[in-house]
Design a protein around this ligand. Structure first.
Ligand code: AP5
Length: 209
């Protein structure tokens, strides 16, 4: 399947995308993770992206579109993929139409009032990228690989406020864009992780049938 996960920052897109990709055996393509990898590697792209991401703004469309276009052309994506965090603007969505035909767009719907608590409690494994929340942490280290957990630089309260404003202004209009194309599946993300996963898989089963 060729899928997109939409939703505000902290909605649980990454958490669900990892589980769905495991179940469907498709690659998880997170533009945020790719940009963070570039930052960690100290590339020119990473240096430019860090300055933008730390403010909560979006990296320029042409840069992100180029990264995704190249990734989707790779053999690993020949049998499907899940795009997490792309597209994020109408320009990106329109560009994607030129090189991909999507089966479904899953909108993970979480009320704005729940978002800040989710993001401020997020901890990420520095080694494998697995995501946790302080409310349900079982250990101080990553339970998947033993790596150290840290808070993302863009999870500071002042950056989160801007990320939410950017989402409302630039990404939320994509809900209507994909609804008009009749490929939008909206799932209630304000439930326990396993319940959200069940709702997504049930919705995707109907698309596959
Ligand atoms: P990106 O990395 O894509 O961040 P985001 O979209 O803001 O999404 P998050 O990763 O913050 O949240 P999520 O929805 O994946 O939630 P998670 O599963 O972690 O982008 C970062 C930056 O990169 C952007 O600001 C931009 O600058 C740049 N960028 C990326 N893509 C771009 C693009 N296409 N164009 C331009 N710029 C781009 O969950 C959050 C927390 O909640 C975790 O602690 C988790 O454990 C917990 N949680 C998850 N589900 C539940 C649940 N059901 N109940 C309770 N807690 C839950």
């Amino acid at each position: 399947m060729k899928l997109v996960f939409l939703g505000p920052p902290g909605a649980g897109k990454g958490t669900q995308a990892a589980m769905v990709c495991d179940a469907l055996s498709i690659p998880h393509i997170s533009t945020g993770a790719m940009l963070r990898d570039a930052i960690a590697a100290g590339t020119e792209l990473g240096l430019k992206a860090k300055a933008i991401m730390d403010t909560g703004a979006l990296v320029p469309d042409d840069v992100v579109i180029g990264i995704v276009r190249e990734k989707l052309a790779s053999p690993a994506c020949a049998n499907g993929y899940l795009l997490d965090g792309f597209p994020r603007t109408l320009v990106q969505a329109e560009a994607l139409e030129g090189f991909a035909t999507l089966d479904a767009v899953v909108n993970v719907d979480v009320p704005a009032g729940k978002i800040v608590a989710r993001i401020s409690g997020r901890r990420v494994c520095a080694a494998c990228g697995h995501t946790f929340h302080v409310d349900t942490l079982e250990d101080e280290a990553c339970t998947q690989c033993g790596g150290a957990l840290h808070q993302r630089d863009d999870d500071k309260p002042e950056t989160v406020e801007n990320r939410l404003r950017v989402y409302e202004a630039q990404t939320k209009p994509l809900i209507e864009f994909y609804a008009r194309k009749r490929i939008l599946l909206t799932v209630d993300g304000d439930q326990p992780i396993e319940a959200v996963y069940g709702a997504i898989m049930e919705a995707l089963e109907k698309v596959r049938a």
